[in-house]
Design a protein around this ligand. Structure first.
Ligand SMILES: [Zn+2]
Length: 411
């Protein structure tokens, strides 16, 4: 380590090793709380208790709906914030040191195809060196690793920490980001920020822009005998076809090396959800398609919204376009600086190899952070899919790296 002496490094590594069972149990316990949108509180209480045990003073941060709506890069609030908050813990340093914000999101996406899962999605099963379940990789494993890291730091470094540690467990990362957005807006900002998303122990420094659009096609409800030729589905199909063409245009020539190097088709459009209708022989009154649209740094979310609106208006003027969830700008944090240096040194010390940078073709809460900010966390697979998992040894490694970085940074 640079500033960290070897004795402290060994003590921290030992403290993490002695908490290895605790780390797996904590990650599993978090998976057992199905913290989908609106159901975050039960899992948040676990995080709050842990932070309190590690000497953090706790605050809760509730997003302001009106303020979010009027900020062009905040999310559209998906539902009421009554009883729904992010947990923020602060452990004040003795003064004169650098502050560090460690963060993760508590929300998880819903389960699809439960019958196809090898392990029950909310059981937190442990097998084959992995923790299985919805949220194991995205991102309760990383959150648990970061919690164990700060517990170890509290034990080992205690009063020797000069900089403040901030820890946040935020809501709504999966649908707009208003959890992190409101935590930062409430003043919980530090000189550097790390987010425990599963990066496979790589330095996640960039993410594409994302907007969500809701396409609604309406028709007259009635018997199928008199509703041939063209209906709401056909209108919807034309609208989706127009958006596919827009997607192809945006991906045709990607000049931005950050995302061109990340994937051959970095800006993906997904029709994630389709709903409506009640009966095959009844013309539907309304069909809805929920679309996720990716884009690069050359656009603002509002630009992409305008292009989506325009494309649908031309191809299928009867289809209504509204926006919900994300209006996330693409972001890219530079990979050179004090934080990346501290992380590289700690990573090399724990894993014996160089840390590699990675750009995501998705978004993360890192887009809201103005100072240096990276995602760094365990190895995981099948995120948002069937049989989501996180690798247990990489959880231990994440906890060790984060403990070393935080101690180096804040002591
Ligand atoms: Zn995530």
């Amino acid at each position: 380590m640079s500033a960290l002496n070897q004795a402290i490094e060994h003590e921290l590594r030992d403290a993490i090793s002695s908490r290895s069972d605790e780390l797996v149990a904590l990650a599993s316990e978090l998976v057992k709380r199905p913290s989908t949108l609106g159901e975050e509180e039960s899992a948040q209480r676990i995080v709050e208790d842990r932070l309190r045990d590690s000497g953090f003073s706790i605050a809760r941060v509730q997003p302001d709906t009106a303020a979010a709506l009027s900020d062009p890069t905040a999310g559209y609030p998906p539902l009421s914030y009554d009883g729904r908050t992010s947990v923020v813990g602060v452990r004040e340093g003795s003064g004169g040191g650098r502050s560090l914000h460690l963060s993760g999101h508590i929300d998880v996406v819903p389960v699809d195809r439960t019958e196809d899962w090898r392990f029950e999605p909310w059981a937190g099963a442990i097998a084959d060196g992995r923790l299985w379940g919805r949220g194991a990789g995205d991102m309760k494993g990383g959150l648990a690793a970061y919690l164990v890291a700060v517990a170890a730091i509290s034990d080992v470094c205690g009063d020797r920490l000069r900089g403040d540690l901030i820890f946040s467990s935020v809501i709504e990362e999966e649908c707009g980001g208003n959890g992190m957005w409101s935590v930062l807006r409430a003043g919980y900002q530090a000189a550097a920020t790390l987010i425990g998303e599963s990066t496979g122990m790589r330095l996640g420094h960039a993410g594409v822009g994302v907007v969500w659009a809701r396409l609604t096609a309406r028709g007259e409800v009635g018997h199928a005998e008199s509703s041939g030729r063209y209906g709401p589905f056909d209108a919807l199909a034309e609208a989706i076809g127009a958006l596919r063409a827009l997607e192809a245009a945006i991906n045709a020539k990607v000049d931005d090396r950050v995302f061109a190097d990340a994937a051959a088709w970095p800006y993906a459009m997904t029709v994630g959800r389709v709903s409506g209708g009640v009966w095959a022989s009844s013309a539907p009154g309304e069909l809805v398609a929920n679309v996720r649209f990716g884009f690069g740094r050359e656009y603002l979310p509002a630009d992409v919204q305008a292009r989506i609106r325009e494309a649908v208006a031309q191809a299928a003027p009867t289809v209504e376009v509204t926006f919900e969830g994300f209006r996330a700008a693409a972001y890219c944090h530079g990979t050179v600086g004090e934080l990346s240096h501290a992380l590289s040194v700690a990573h090399e010390s724990v894993l014996g190899s160089e840390v590699r940078p990675v750009a995501f073709t998705a978004t993360t809460d890192a887009r809201f952070v103005l100072g240096p900010c990276y995602c760094y966390g365990p190895l995981a697979g099948n995120m948002h899919g069937v049989d989501e998992w996180v690798d247990i040894s990489s959880l231990q490694e994440t906890a060790a790296v984060i403990a070393l970085v935080a101690a180096d940074w804040a002591m």
